[in-house]
Design a protein around this ligand. Structure first.
Ligand code: KG4
Ligand code: ZN
Length: 805
């Protein structure tokens, strides 16, 4: 990022209840810290409403400054720490704004912005910020404030008990001089008062960060150019703790028992029927050493031994470690680990079984290690690689590692080591579409507008490409579709590995991963669309889109807000209309990707991880929900049964694979509500029946025949689905039927419905299999229709986790 002499910036921060907005001019003519001139501010307290008000407040501030976003040279954002959702909204919006306007993005600590807010108000001396971290905790931060500026007296943001922060500050010899501020005083003021610290507290209206505080913190650091290279993909929240699920998982690291045996009482050989990733445990040490020996026999790198792995797991290790393994069918096939020194994760080892190479396993393992490292405050990764090991060097280069030096004869005479370093997060290619890493693309920011020929411009005007974003659960997906319904790009980055070991989606991890990958997935889609269209001047620019669509709900609220906030920023930044899409309608519209002439009226069955519905589609947009599940969704039942068997997450694919070879009549599981004479479903009883069966068989010392169990379970679910779908067709007189949702990918369900309903004269439409599980192509299909109808959304829309059809 190049710092021009004078630049205009837009700053936002929603990490606290203060919605902080500022438009300012930085004058950096040769000075280390550019001078700040505030043009307009829009700071106001706005509790839990940031996603509704943020773009409007920014728009108002820009208008007050007589500007539009097109006049802005860089976006600045507060990276927290603060409310997880608040930080995510600010950062996602800022990423969208910067990407949409093709300007650089830079982030600063919200704690620094709070200290600068005090500076603006004239506070001088020793200032202690206690920012609210909820749950009895604060983010403590100590600053020296002088006329010349604000100096940090701590290294890294952290979270501590409010009482501990109070005790530590009260024990300082200079406690008398401390002036407290920060929004943590609202909740814990009494505690700080009792510690004798509130006497010199700053006035209450200074306890929050301001937009000007963000701008001044950035200016003091040398301006946006000094804060990174400007790529919006690389700006991430400041986290001070892992998700609860991961904290607990870490505590489990090093336990001797196998987690699956512990959780289910099912034999260990059932675990890991398919490729999965989990943290290294003590029980893996022997297998890990064997893998090392197989990988590095005769190589310069000395294989790690079992004893060394055990040492890595020891809680007594001086610095934090992160080790991950890949396993398949119970076999350990890959391992990678790193240790955290200051803010760098030093990759100690990467090994993948020779037969399993070139499948992206090393990349996935490194993704897990570097994710842990990032959560522990790392900003870079480093490693050594044999100079002669070309494949490894290519892999690392694709992940964003660049050569930082050479260690001569490091691995013995003549065997040099190349030292490579990379900024975090690593460059992780989008999974489904491109399993092999492509070369890392590092863009120069700000990005120039692509050059187009008049013909290309005419083509784009005719195609009217709509970009759609899906982030309701654990896939970050982006698709671009043209006005005629042709897909120009379809990308998905799945987080399944990050959730698999928990047996289901962990909402906090899902939200974090969306924030981390969303810009990368959008970039890939924009590039793919340019390739599809044969454009020569580079990736599609946001300004060349006709509109931006996004899933508004239903789904996980923390996941949805990332997509919605980003999409709003992108649309506003590129000055394009915003379109919101109902995820369930997306699953329905996936059928149009297979059968463009599908027309209501028809019966639609939605079977996904969160929903089970039978719907009479009377017209597009006119949905009569005939019945829903009373308890678990069908996909959820698959997931719970798989979890009970120690088969990991998600359950659908592994159970349907097992069912291939099973007998659907082997075990008589109940067909709940089969004869209830309505369209309601219930699946929790079936799940209980399966779990009881597993327990009984295990107690009786019999081994469970997994294929039979899987096939019998499927049959019990699908029989009811068919019965009620056929009843609905008869009752409504509809002659068309279609299916949607993740479970619609199940080959047995598809075949059965085509056979049985086809025989009865019903035309059955099925979405393409890869459009059944969550994807953005289906969202794009809905968005395209809404675009044609001019059905746009206001920038005040928020995610709606409880939307229905
Ligand atoms: O639609 P989806 O991707 O996410 C939601 O909107 O919920 O559905 C995910 C669900 C998971 O429960 C997964 O186990 C299930 O779809 N699923 C399957 C299959 N593939 C995915 N269920 C049965 N058979 C499959 N082949
Ligand atoms: Zn879905």
């Amino acid at each position: 990022m190049v710092m021009s002499k004078r630049m205009r910036v837009a700053a936002i921060d929603t990490s606290t209840d203060m919605l902080a907005v500022c438009v300012a001019e930085l004058d950096g003519a040769g000075a280390a810290a550019p001078a700040v001139r505030v043009l307009a501010s829009g700071d106001h307290l706005c509790r839990r409403h940031a996603n509704v008000e943020l773009i409007g407040s920014l728009d108002a501030a820009l208008a007050a400054a007589g500007l539009s976003l097109g006049d802005i040279d860089a976006v600045l954002v507060g990276r927290g720490p603060g409310s997880f959702t608040g930080v995510r909204i600010g950062i996602s919006t800022a990423k969208g704004l910067a990407r949409g306007a093709m300007v650089p993005l830079a982030g600063v600590s919200t704690l620094d912005a709070t200290a600068w807010r005090a500076w603006c108000a004239g506070a001088r001396g020793l200032v202690a910020v206690a920012a609210d971290a909820m749950r009895g905790e604060v983010y403590p931060a100590l600053y020296r404030i002088e006329d010349a500026g604000v100096t940090r007296l701590f290294e890294r943001e952290q979270v501590v008990k409010a009482a501990d922060a109070a005790a530590a500050w009260a024990a300082r010899p200079d406690a008398e001089e401390l002036q407290l501020t920060g929004d943590g005083l609202v909740r814990y003021g009494k505690l700080f008062h009792e510690a004798g610290l509130m006497e010199h507290a700053l006035e209450r209206d200074l306890w929050w960060p301001t937009g000007e505080g963000i701008v001044r913190a950035a200016a003091a650091a040398g301006g946006p150019a000094a804060l990174g290279d400007g790529d919006p993909a690389l700006v991430l929240p400041i986290y001070t703790r892992l998700s609860d699920a991961e904290e607990n998982e870490r505590k489990r690291l090093g336990l001797a028992e196998s987690p699956s045996a512990q959780a289910t009482g099912v034999a260990d050989e059932l675990a890991g029927r398919h490729l999965q990733y989990r943290p290294l445990g003590a029980a893996d040490a022997e297998a890990a050493a064997a893998l090392e020996a197989a990988c590095f026999a005769g190589a310069a790198h000395t294989p790690w031994t079992a004893a060394q792995f055990l040492e890595e797991l020891s809680p007594a290790a001086a610095v934090p470690r992160s080790w991950w393994v890949a396993h398949d069918d119970g076999d350990l096939i890959g391992i990678a680990g790193g240790m955290i020194v200051d803010c760098d994760v030093q990759i100690l080892d990467v090994a993948v079984a020779p037969a399993r190479r070139r499948a992206g396993i090393a990349r996935r393992l490194l993704a897990h290690v570097s994710y842990d490292a990032q959560m522990l405050g790392c900003t870079t990764a480093s490693l050594e690689v044999e100079a002669g090991n070309e494949p490894a060097r290519r892999l690392y280069a694709a992940l964003g590692f660049t050569e930082a030096g050479v260690r001569r004869n490091y691995y013995g005479p003549g065997a040099d080591a190349v030292v490579m370093t990379a900024p975090l997060p690593l460059v992780l290619p989008v999974d489904a579409a491109s399993p092999e890493p492509t070369a890392a693309v590092r863009r120069a920011w700000p990005q120039p507008a692509p050059a187009r020929t008049p013909d290309e411009q005419a083509e784009l005007a005719r195609r009217r490409p709509v970009l759609a974003i899906e982030s309701s659960c654990d896939e970050t997906a982006v698709a671009i579709i043209d006005a005629e319904g042709r897909l120009l790009a379809n990308k998905v980055s799945t987080q399944i590995d990050f959730h698999a070991r928990f047996g289901g989606v962990v909402p906090e991890i899902a939200s974090r991963k969306h924030v981390e990958v969303i810009v990368g997935v959008v970039d890939e889609a924009l590039e793919e669309a340019a390739t599809t269209l044969g454009l020569t001047g580079g990736a599609l620019a946001p300004a060349e889109l006709a509109a931006v669509g996004v899933t508004q709900g239903p789904g996980l609220v923390g996941a949805l807000v990332v997509g919605v906030a980003f999409a709003k920023g992108l649309a506003y930044g590129a000055a394009k209309p915003l379109i919101t899409v109902n995820h369930l309608e997306g699953h329905l519209f996936a059928n149009l990707l297979a059968q463009p002439d599908l027309k209501p009226p028809f019966i639609f069955t939605l079977v996904s991880g969160g929903h089970t519905m039978l719907v009479h589609v009377r017209a597009w947009g006119d949905y009569e929900v005939l019945g829903e599940t009373l308890d678990d969704a069908v996909g959820e039942a698959f997931d719970k049964v798989a979890k009970a068997l120690g088969l990991g997450y998600p359950g659908g694919p592994v159970i349907s694979r097992l069912a291939e070879e099973g007998d659907p009549q082997a075990i008589a599981f109940p067909r709940a509500m089969m004869h209830s004479h309505d369209y309601r479903f219930s699946l929790s009883g079936l799940k209980t029946a399966v779990v009881t069966y597993i327990e009984q068989e295990t107690a009786a010392g019999r081994t469970i025949h997994l294929p039979d169990l899987a096939a019998s379970f499927e049959a019990a679910v699908f029989d009811v689905q068919f019965k009620k779908a056929w009843d609905a067709l008869k009752q409504t007189g509809a002659r068309e039927y279609c299916l949607g949702g993740g479970v619609a990918a199940n080959p047995h369900l598809r075949q059965m419905l085509v056979d049985k309903l086809g025989r009865r004269g019903v035309r059955v439409t099925l979405p393409p299999r890869d459009a059944c599980t969550d994807n953005a192509a289906m969202i794009a299909e809905v968005a395209r229709r809404k675009f044609a109808e001019g059905d746009f959304s206001d920038f005040s829309v928020d995610a709606d986790p409880n939307m229905t059809l």
